[in-house]
Every structure is written in structure tokens, then in C-alpha cells.
Design a binder for this molecule. Structure first.
Ligand SMILES: NC(=O)c1ccc[n+]([C@@H]2O[C@H](COP(=O)([O-])OP(=O)(O)OC[C@H]3O[C@@H](n4cnc5c(N)ncnc54)[C@H](OP(=O)(O)O)[C@@H]3O)[C@@H](O)[C@H]2O)c1
Length: 286
């Protein structure tokens, strides 16, 4: 019997990239179940022969139906921050009821040690996975380089990358590399539970500014600020107080070195060095 692979969040960037990577690795499209809250968003995958099913993390009935017959599932963490632990628990419950054999989950780098304000929901989900008795693979993803390239127009317009990161480094990687790692984790036939700490080569915000300047021909400079000045600058730029505090807390975890790793798990999973910062930036901004 062929293994059936499920991918939640298939309408999102990471989920979609993982489905296409599975196909690139010769998984037959009909052996892939792309699960999306809004199935119409993945009509392109249906056109390729992928099974598309509705799955809303807030509607357990859809999850039970979506996971029927799935052997291995990539649970892409929800984008609805604050709702995620309950949403992920609903997926795990449905997976258990449907007899899913393995769940690969996109967690956060250093989940069990970091002060990152995004971590507690991931820790809760990791705990729920352990309690479920389902074999699982934790992909503790570091930052996407796209978190920064996505803001490039603002950096270019102001000539500055403001941060509260000091000279700390981030082991960021391209979202596509994390998706390739997710596909590799799904295809791994080995038994047992696994934890991967995933990140690319570490770069500072000076390095980021240099890469963006080189790629675009427009000079941007990194301006490190104390956390309170950074928060005030964000509020001055129109960011609401709560979001500004949250962004400053994220930068504090970078300043503390918590989004830097010397793990080579990502390189080992994808079978090559992660795409370097300068290449990702050039491909997206040049
Ligand atoms: N490591 C990092 O730097 C980083 C950065 C950003 C996000 N993340 C995390 O990684 C995840 C994947 O990243 P991404 O770039 O693929 O994010 P994305 O493009 O925003 O995709 C998020 C996916 O979650 C789905 N989703 C949200 N709420 C849902 C619900 N109630 N039921 C079912 N699906 C739901 C979305 O479905 P719809 O299309 O229906 O909205 C979408 O498919 C994110 O969701 C977030 O948890 C990590």
C-alpha cells in the first residue's frame, strides 16, 4: 500500500511549497492530501492531481474528514497567533482518531529554552504531540529570510533597517529550504520521534543591510537602537503600542542570541548547504 501524505496549511507559502517539493521528489500527486481552510486557494494543486480537502483548524469535523486515510501529516503551524495551541490540539485529536502514523510539526527554534513570545504556543503543541502517543518529528524552524525581504520596500524607502538586535545574528533561511526539509522529514521512513533545530548560516543585521544594498543598488544601513528607543520609533511610524512591544520582544530574543544556532540539521535534511542570505535577497529583490 502506498503511503498517503497530508499537508495542512496548503494554501500558505510553506504548505504549498512542501506539496510541490513532494511531487518533485516523485510522490504521486494522488498520494498527497492538500488540506486548506479554503480549498479554492489550492486549485492549482488539484489541477496537478493532488487530493484537495477542506480542513479548518477551528472546525474539528472538517479535520476528521480531511485526515481520513492519511499516514503521515505535516501540521503547518497556524498563522492565527493566540489561537494556535487549541487549533493544533484539534488537529492532533483528529489525527489520533484517524490513525495518522506520524505528525511532522513546524515549531520554533529552541522552543524549550527561548523567551520568544511566539514560543509558548509551540511548546504547548510539542507537549500535546508527546501526550498523543503519535510518532512525531519536530521541525524547530528558525526565522525565514522572507521576514526581512518582505519589508525591503520600507527599508529602501527610509534607507534604514531599525532594530533592537545590537550586533546579534540570526540563523535565517529561505522559506523554500524549510519546505524542502519538511518534505524530507515526511519521506523519512525511520521509526521514533525526532527533533531538528533548523537554521541557515548566521547573519547580522549589518550583513542583511549589505545584502539588500548590493542586490538593489540602493544603500540601506542597519541602525541598532536600545529596546525602548526601537519601540518608540515603531510607534512613531504608526505601529500600535501592543504590536510595537511585541516586535521589540522578538528583537530582544535575537539580541539574546536565541535565533542563532550552530545546528547543521537543516543542511543535513535538505542534503546541501542552505541557500545563503545574499542569494535569497538577490533572487527576491534584484
Ligand atoms: N519561522 C518564521 O520566520 C515564520 C514566519 C512567519 C510565520 N511562521 C509560522 O509558520 C507557518 C507557515 O508559514 P507560511 O509562510 O506558510 O505562513 P502563511 O503563508 O501565512 O500560511 C499560513 C497558513 O495557515 C492557514 N491557517 C490559518 N488559520 C487557519 C485555520 N483556522 N484553519 C486552517 N488553516 C489555517 C492559512 O490558511 P488560509 O490561506 O486560509 O489563511 C495558511 O494556509 C505560519 O502559519 C506561522 O505559524 C514562521
Amino acid at each position: 500500500m502506498s503511503t498517503i501524505y497530508g499537508v495542512t496549511g496548503a494554501s500558505g507559502h510553506l504548505g504549498h511549497l512542501t506539496v510541490t517539493e513532494l511531487i518533485a521528489r516523485d510522490v504521486a500527486p494522488e498520494h498527497i492530501v492538500a488540506i486548506a481552510r479554503t480549498p479554492e486557494k489550492v486549485a492549482d494543486l488539484a489541477d496537478l492531481g493532488v487530493q484537495v480537502r477542506e480542513g479548518d483548524y477551528t472546525r474539528p469535523d472538517t479535520l476528521l474528514a480531511a485526515l481520513a486515510g492519511v499516514d503521515r501529516l505535516l501540521l503547518v503551524s497556524s498563522s492565527e497567533v493566540g489561537q494556535r495551541a487549541a487549533q493544533h490540539a484539534a488537529v492532533i485529536d483528529a489525527a489520533k482518531a484517524d490513525g495518522v502514523g506520524r505528525i511532522v510539526y513546524t515549531s520554533i527554534l529552541g522552543a524549550d529554552t527561548t523567551q520568544n513570545p511566539l514560543a509558548p504556543e509551540h511548546v504547548e503543541t510539542e507537549t500535546a504531540l508527546r501526550a498523543s502517543g503519535i510518532a512525531h518529528t519536530l521541525l524547530r524552524n528558525g526565522w525565514y529570510i522572507e521576514n526581512y525581504t518582505g519589508q525591503a520596500q520600507q527599508y529602501l524607502a527610509t534607507g534604514a533597517i531599525l532594530s533592537a538586535t545590537g550586533d546579534a545574528k540570526v540563523s535565517g533561511a529561505a522559506r523554500e529550504d524549510y519546505a524542502i526539509a519538511a518534505a524530507a522529514a515526511l519521506l523519512d521512513d525511520a521509526d521514533g520521534d525526532r527533533v531538528y533545530e533548523l537554521g541557515g548560516a548566521a547573519f547580522s543585521f549589518d550583513d542583511l543591510a549589505g545584502a539588500i544594498s548590493d542586490a538593489t543598488g540602493t544603500t540601506v544601513a542597519h541602525t541598532p537602537l536600545p529596546a525602548d528607543e526601537y519601540t518608540a520609533a515603531l510607534i512613531g511610524a504608526g505601529v500600535d503600542e501592543q504590536t510595537a512591544g511585541f516586535l521589540a520582544a522578538l528583537d530582544a530574543t535575537i539580541a539574546a542570541g536565541e535565533l542563532e544556532t550552530d545546528s547543521d540539521d537543516l543542511a543535513r535534511l535538505i542534503g546541501r548547504a542552505p541557500t545563503p542570505l545574499v542569494d535569497v535577497v538577490r533572487a527576491q529583490l534584484a
